[in-house]
Write a new protein. Sequence first.
Length: 80
Amino acid sequence: MQHGPKIRPRLRRPATSSIERSTSRAVPAARNGSHSAQRNHERYLELARAEAQAGNPVGAENYYQHAEHYFRLMCPASEL
């Protein structure tokens, strides 16, 4: 009979090259559900307006900040 906690050995993942790791993560934009920056900007503006109308200024500000992030992605730095 053993005393103390039972310790399970850690399972090791097989070693992969850096090329295998980088290509396995690459997913086409259509498959991973990504949207354009403009679409996300518009979506967060709509959510912010809805929160503002519902009387939640903190939630609205949160969504406005998200919208600003996507706005900055759309515009080159020289235009800001």
